[in-house]
Design a protein around this ligand. Sequence first.
Ligand code: FE2
Length: 278
Amino acid sequence: MMTMQTESPAQLDHLCVESTQPAVLARFYRDLLDCDESVVEQGFLMRGPRRAVLIRPAPTCGLAYAAYRLRDGNDLEKLRSRATAHGVACEPLHDPLFEQGAFAVADPQGRRTAFGVSCGTPARRGAPARLQHTVYQTTELEQIVRFYVEKLGFSISDEVVSESGGASVVFMRSDDEHHSLAFFKGSRNEWDHHCYETNEWNDIRDWGDRFAAAQIPIFFGPGRHGPGNNLFFMVTDPDGNRLEFSAELQSVSADAAPGVWPEGERTLNSWGRAWMRS
Ligand SMILES: [Fe+2]
């Protein structure tokens, strides 16, 4: 089966975040995430080493879209053709971090995802944390996963299955990394968290110390996830958006069958207690 992993691998490139207090949020990403701040048409553009966040003013807080980069224009056209052939509208997108030709799609619940070719992030020094995945909660897990798999070409790496037999979490990949996108079944449709992949466990320690110095408490972790096998902890930014810092996320080959995990705290955190969505 043709998938993004085999035909047009994509990585999470940046986020477009909406905020009621964009200047406050920008300060957080500048001071805590080592990002350079610049003012752009849409608001603030925050750029750090292998991570970037566009912050724009809005009446409510949340994620406007997650933006994935393709290797080149050919891969981008392959993805656009695939989406179009499956009846997905590809809306042209003007984004300061993507070359011309980028586009955005909306899933059946209106969640937007962008795809494009990166303009190239200028080299910048800072602590290692590569923007790597984003996760949502949804009331319609089965329908939403079908959209990303069948119409866009994401691959399922692992599913968490409840005692009744239905999936409650689905982790999907768009290249060799275990997941670049995941969905939790829940009572709300909202952004769950986004994640930065570091180089090793010692980086997790250093990020923990950095947030400790800023008196920002960890709210989940440290621990190790079952699916993905990565070490992690999570904190929140001033808008309450959840940031995860991870290490040792596993790779998955294109021919791997989806894994199945039982629903429970030990699946989400093999070291102990877990944040259970409801
Ligand atoms: Fe995560």
